[in-house]
Design a protein around this ligand. Structure first.
Ligand SMILES: Nc1nc2c(ncn2[C@@H]2O[C@H](COP(=O)(O)OP(=O)(O)OP(=O)(O)O)[C@@H](O)[C@H]2O)c(=O)[nH]1
Length: 464
């Protein structure tokens, strides 16, 4: 297909052109016609030749009748033979037979034949009774004359006639075929080749170039119809391609727009998902990570502490609890309790700023701080700072027997790689330490001592 488009069709690709086929057909037709014409014309010519011979014999009869009759009447045999010799000079005459009747005896027959003559059924024969008129009013039959035509003369005449007919018919056929070929080539073949070349070179880029034929005047024939059809087809194709391109552009622009919308929508959904995830992991009251988030972080950090080498192998946990918060609620109401929780959470959050540390509200008035890569000593120091930070808020708490303001107790425990137990065990130790801090008077931090499970280290409160 591509090769066809790249190479215009040439005459070399045609096995037998239309012009050649037309000429061969014309020649074949002419040959048949020539044979028929030769047959018909030969028949006519034969008849004409026979008629001419008959007329010639008749003329000879008329001319020689009187002379022959007189010679017989006069019994002048010498003159009679001389007459017959002169008659035999005529080319049309093949045989002369003169029959002379005689009384009481068989008739005398005088005969003369051209050399090589033979009887023929085709050549004309004339027979005439000779009469002599010795005096006006009396006619006496004196004999019969038979003139037979020479068939060879007829055939010789026919031969030249047939040759002439054949020559004229063949020349006529050849001239006709040449003229047909010339006319067909000028009128049809060269234009058909031009149309084929035009169609082969046709591409979307050349559709605007109409097909034209180099012909004189405005002709309204089949070629003109074909040219009009091709140009109309090119126009239709051009319109179709133009519309297709326009549709493709529109489609591309719709696709881009759709893609933008999908991207925007996806971004919105991702943002909403992120927000949902953050919300689902955030405590609504304090804004701190909630228990679900804490559980997620604790799993990761504990697994990391189990795997890693020191110092990352350490993990400290602080469990913080507001002292006598039930009494606070009972004294100041639940709403004030909420505000108190928010203030305490914010104060603690300001102290837990190291990247990787997690402060979460795990329920009620209970908070947890997860401190990766932190040993018990440093964790205890932070716990004391948290207690001090809450105390520094000076939120009045008249019902507390610890102080006249809200205070915090913190239990501390830690885990190191190689230590037995899971996170729940760590939590349990921190909870024990918290219990210890509460028992020891609240508003303080206590650290679970791993060396002796019933021993706690308590951190003195830092100065406020
Ligand atoms: N306002 C408010 N109160 C809460 C919230 N969650 C839990 N509480 C209250 O916190 C109180 C916790 O009391 P307890 O567990 O008995 O402990 P406590 O009164 O702090 O006593 P100690 O822990 O021994 O010092 C309960 O009265 C709960 O109703 C909350 O979101 N808002």
């Amino acid at each position: 297909m591509a090769q066809d488009a790249a190479e215009p069709p040439s005459g070399s690709g045609i096995r037998r052109s239309l012009g050649t086929r037309l000429v061969l057909a014309t020649l074949a037709f002419s040959l048949v016609f020539t044979l028929l014409a030769v047959g018909v014309r030969t028949l006519w010519a034969w008849r004409a030749a026979v008629a001419d011979m008959t007329a010639e014999l008749t003329l000879i009869e008329q001319v020689s009748h009187r002379t022959l009759a007189k010679s017989i009447w006069d019994l002048d045999m010498g003159s009679l033979r001389a007459h017959m010799e002169s008659l035999a000079q005529a080319t049309a005459v093949g045989q002369i037979v003169l029959t002379l009747p005689s009384v009481n005896a068989p008739p005398e027959v005088l005969q003369h034949m051209s050399p090589g003559w033979g009887p023929s059924a085709l050549a004309p024969v004339r027979e005439l009774t000779l009469t002599y008129e010795p005096y006006p009013g009396r006619k006496e039959p004196v004999g019969t004359l038979r003139l037979a035509g020479d068939e060879r003369v007829l055939w010789a005449q026919m031969r030249s006639e047939v040759l002439a007919i054949l020559a004229t018919q063949i020349i006529q056929s050849l001239l006709l075929a040449s003229m047909v070929m010339l006319m067909f080539s000028r009128l049809v073949t060269q234009h058909v080749r031009r149309i084929a070349r035009h169609l082969a070179w046709l591409t979307p880029a050349t559709l605007d170039k109409p097909l034209t034929l180099e012909r004189r005047g405005g002709r309204h024939d089949e070629l003109a119809l074909l040219v009009r059809g091709v140009n109309q087809l090119q126009g239709n194709l051009q319109d179709y391609l133009r519309q297709k391109t326009q549709y493709e552009h529109e489609l591309a622009s719709h696709r881009d727009r759709l893609s933008e919308l999908v991207q925007a929508r996806t971004a919105e959904l991702e943002a909403a998902n992120t927000q949902l995830r953050v919300l689902s992991q955030t405590d609504a009251l304090t804004g701190l990570p909630n228990r679900r988030r804490f559980d997620e972080v604790k799993r990761n950090e504990f697994a990391r502490a189990q795997r890693s080498a020191a110092p990352l192998a350490l993990l400290a946990l602080l469990v913080c609890d507001i002292d006598h918060f039930k009494r606070f609620n009972d004294t100041y109401g639940h709403a004030a309790g909420d505000e108190c929780l928010q203030a305490v959470a914010q104060a603690m959050h300001q102290r837990v700023q190291r990247s990787g540390d997690t402060l979460a509200r795990i329920g009620g008035e209970e908070f947890c701080v997860l401190l990766p890569a932190t040993d018990a000593g440093h964790a205890l120091v932070l716990a004391r700072h948290l207690c001090a930070a809450v105390e520094a808020l000076r939120i009045p708490h008249a019902a507390s027997d610890v102080a006249d303001h809200v205070t915090l107790s913190v239990g501390v425990a830690h885990h190191a790689a190689g230590m037995p137990g899971d996170f729940e065990a760590l939590f349990h130790r921190a909870d024990l330490a918290l219990y210890r801090a509460k028992q020891a008077g609240r508003n303080r931090a206590a650290c679970y001592d791993d060396a002796a499970s019933d021993t706690f280290r308590e951190g003195p409160l830092p100065p406020c």
